[in-house]
Design a binder for this molecule. Structure first.
Ligand SMILES: Cc1cc2nc3c(=O)[nH]c(=O)nc-3n(C[C@H](O)[C@H](O)[C@H](O)COP(=O)(O)OP(=O)(O)OC[C@H]3O[C@@H](n4cnc5c(N)ncnc54)[C@H](O)[C@@H]3O)c2cc1C
Length: 377
């Protein structure tokens, strides 16, 4: 397989030769040239909806759509080493980038803290692709200070009535469901008096307005709630204690926000763009080699965090992973832009990764978390 580096080989050894051969054979067989072209053309967080659907169907049929979920819930039940091998192999072969919020964030939360009914209703629908999820946390006046949120959830019989808005909601235009935080007790502030709700996007009163970014893509949206009725039973955790579930979800999201596979894809794309723009001189070669090394180091950290069970309840560890990965992602696309400023791909990729140090918590916020963890006042 092309593009595998020493640490990826280590991961492969840990993953086992049989597993490795199975993955290689599957990718060799199923990744058509069309799918690889869609993977190569991806500048944002995920590939085109058509490519995601087609590649997702192949992974679903093989039982590999949710690599980290336990097999009891329909996942592949892979170890961290197996997942890393698979992601590196996908990156080396330009597989489409899926980044399903259902698989990566709300699914693991429902597995950890959902009721049996929620697990039975939502997990199979995430796996089949029938449900696509988006995350409704940020609001116009609540980003880094998320607990300042004001979306109102007013109790009415068995339902809540939602009034207010969310901002920067990624892929809301394609989502069938949103998990959101709302204020159910208007007399509270901060993390008190919140409820974590699972809401269908086709409920009357929800309006989605896409936001166009500098790279021309529409990945995020404004979402308005005009008296939206939604069942109170469709929540994670107790009424008034939504902040607890939100913190767990944010740790999950940060822990798998930008993975080794995403970084390897970006570096491969930057090298490809540079080669298309002319000779790669010694200085550029050295920069690419340095970025390779930084990805290897990040992979070692990701593997260690995964195998020691960090990721869900270790806030400093997930902050460190998020910070390192997103800043490295930007360094890769900056090098790509410098090497190929006039290509179609490198400038769009560069612009798309500017947001990586903002979503899932800004770099400044994560540095604050890390500083507090080592005892800074
Ligand atoms: C592409 C993209 C996709 C997103 N997707 C989603 C999504 O799907 N769902 C969702 O809910 N949200 C989403 N977000 C929102 C994202 O989580 C917020 O933008 C982020 O938390 C920052 O909040 P803010 O934009 O309100 O900036 P602010 O919080 O106003 O921050 C402005 C600046 O001040 C700095 N700052 C703030 N507080 C501190 C502090 N205490 N110490 C030091 N510096 C500080 C920040 O680092 C930043 O530089 C997305 C954002 C982007 C850009």
């Amino acid at each position: 397989m092309d593009g595998c580096l020493p640490l990826a080989e280590d991961a492969a050894d840990l993953a086992g030769g049989e597993f490795r051969a199975e993955v290689d054979a599957f990718l060799g067989r199923e990744l058509t040239e069309d799918l690889r072209a869609a993977g190569r053309a991806t500048t944002g967080l995920k590939s085109s909806p058509e490519a995601c659907r087609a590649w997702g169907d192949k992974l679903r049929a093989r039982g590999w759509y949710a690599p980290s979920w336990p097999t009891a819930f329909g996942g592949a039940g892979w170890t961290t080493a197996q997942r890393l091998y698979f992601e590196n192999a996908c990156a080396a072969r330009d597989a489409p980038l899926l980044q399903s919020s259902g698989v990566r964030t709300i699914g693991p939360l429902i597995i950890a803290e959902g009721t049996r009914q929620q697990q039975a209703r939502y997990l199979p629908a995430i796996l089949s692709g029938a449900h696509e999820w988006c995350q409704g946390f940020s609001e116009p006046q609540a980003g880094s200070d998320l607990s300042a949120l004001t979306l109102r959830a007013e109790r009415d019989g068995d339902d809540f009535i939602l009034t207010g808005s969310k901002l920067w909601t990624s892929f809301a235009q394609y989502a069938t469901h949103m998990f959101l935080l709302a204020r159910c007790d208007p007399n509270t502030r901060g993390g008190e008096g919140l409820v974590f709700l699972l809401v269908e996007m086709n409920r009357p009163g929800i309006e989605v307005r896409p936001i166009r970014f500098l790279d021309g893509e529409c990945e995020t949206n404004e979402v308005f709630f005009n008296g939206v009725r939604t069942p109170a039973a469709d929540r994670i955790g107790a009424i008034g204690e939504g902040w607890k579930a939100a913190k767990t979800l944010m740790a999950i999201a940060r822990g798998n926000n930008t993975t080794t596979g995403v970084l390897r894809r970006a570096l491969r794309a930057a090298r490809h763009a540079a080669a298309g723009a002319g000779d790669i001189d010694a200085r550029l070669s050295e920069r690419f080699a340095h970025l390779d090394l930084r990805i290897d180091l990040f992979e070692a950290l990701e593997r260690r965090a995964g195998s020691s069970g960090l990721g869900i309840d270790d806030a400093p560890a997930t902050s460190a992973l998020k910070l390192l990965a997103t800043e490295l992602h930007q360094a890769i696309t900056e090098t790509g832009l410098e090497a190929a400023p006039w290509s179609d791909f490198a400038p769009a990729k560069y612009l798309a990764t500017r947001a990586a140090t903002i979503y899932s918590g800004t770099s400044e916020v994560h540095r604050n978390i890390l500083a507090r963890a080592i005892g800074c006042p």
